[in-house]
Design a protein around this ligand. Structure first.
Ligand code: R5P
Length: 364
């Protein structure tokens, strides 16, 4: 039997979000040591009793800072799951706000791995019994697991911000997919904003490099809202923005769930003609690039709601019904943003730089 209350744990990749989730749930992040041995191997110790517990481990599979790689995040997650299983937790759910290694979700040419499937296998082997994630790069990654997967969407949070704060909805704007693969996402998003869709056709001559080949849709005199799942090098958005402005769009706003901001992506976007870049906190966004053009919305409440529901065996889909109602109020001009928009000053600096989990110093 699971204990009545869910117990949260966190690795070092997105401690600030884990704290935010805990705050929304009126609980705390459980005590655990997440550090490294002198030989740089990952060292985990769960420091509270978890027998019979419904344990949730929050860890984005991302690079958290120059010293903490995607692979460190993955290894911490695997070892935490293993530790919780061996400590007799009743159930272990991996809360993965950003599921990394997702881009290689199929073989596009010979002798490539299917990394997203391998990561799923690793999590299953570690003993995960359930996965909670947000905006998987490809929805079919859910099928790489035999365990239940809840793939939430940050679309409502982003749409509600655009409607509530930017007053963007209806025919004054157009939602743009930056590539053919994102059309379904853009269509869903456009419905929320009660507007039309345009499509940028993108070519990738080699990994991390892209070119615009064609644009379809009416952009004349409109604000173009480019919607993507992630920002990595920023190249997709910058090139799409240029093409859209050349074809009559008056201004560009971009929305993406996962702000990876690899290498100089943030600066590239700040220097571009894009007027606002909106992401969520599924991946920690350094304080120095927040504010100005880059807006970060929190998925903390969304994940807290989902965790509470999973733990109580209640429907997770009902969250969307509540979000639909709130969005309808926003569309009618009556509601505020669905989820709090943390201003940089609301974020205590240490939540983004400190990575101490438990009582001993950790490597960051
Ligand atoms: C591609 O399939 C994705 O949805 C994103 O468009 C892409 O990963 C963004 O990458 P970048 O920012 O490096 O252009």
């Amino acid at each position: 039997m699971a204990t009545a209350k869910p117990v949260l744990f966190a690795g070092n990749s997105n401690r600030a979000l884990a704290e935010e989730i805990a705050k929304k749930m009126g609980t705390h992040v459980g005590k655990a040591l997440v550090t490294t041995f002198a030989n740089e191997e990952c060292r985990i110790e769960i420091r509270e009793n978890v027998r019979g517990a419904d344990a949730f481990v929050v860890q984005s599979l991302c690079k958290a800072d120059p010293q903490h790689s995607v692979n460190d995040s993955l290894m911490e997650m695997l070892l935490m799951i293993d530790a919780l299983r061996r400590a007799s937790a009743y159930r272990v759910t991996a809360v993965i706000p950003y599921y990394g290694y997702a881009k290689q979700d199929k073989k596009t040419k010979g002798r490539e791995p299917i990394s997203a499937k391998l990561v799923a296998n690793l999590l299953s082997t570690a003993g995960v019994q359930r996965v909670l994630t947000i905006d998987l790069h490809a929805a079919q990654i859910q099928g790489f697991f035999d365990e239940p997967v809840d793939n939430l969407s940050a679309g409502y949070i982003l749409a509600n911000y655009l409607i509530g704060k930017r007053k963007l909805q209806g025919s004054s704007c157009v939602v743009v997919s930056p590539d053919a693969g994102g059309v379904a996402r853009a269509e869903t998003f456009a419905k929320k904003l009660q507007t039309s869709v345009a499509i940028v056709f993108k070519r990738r001559p080699r990994p991390d490099v892209n070119e615009v080949s064609e644009v379809v849709g009416d952009l004349q005199g409109k604000t173009a809202i480019i919607v993507d799942d992630m920002i990595s090098t920023g190249g997709t958005l910058v090139k799409a923005a240029e093409a859209l402005l050349d074809r009559g769009a008056t201004s560009i706003v971009t929305c993406a769930t996962h702000g990876i901001f690899a290498a100089d992506a943030a600066q590239k976007l700040i220097d571009s003609r894009i007027s606002e870049v909106i992401v969520t906190d599924t991946i920690p966004v350094p304080l120095e690039i927040r504010g100005g053009k880059i807006t970060v919305l929190s998925v903390g409440k969304l994940l807290a709601d989902a965790i509470r529901r999973i733990s109580a065996n209640r429907s997770v889909s009902e969250i969307y019904e509540e979000q639909e109602e709130e969005l309808a109020r926003s569309q009618a001009g009556g509601g505020g943003p669905l989820f709090a928009v943390p201003a940089p000053s609301d974020q205590p600096e240490e939540t983004f730089v400190a990575a101490e989990t438990g009582s001993e110093a950790v490597k960051r």
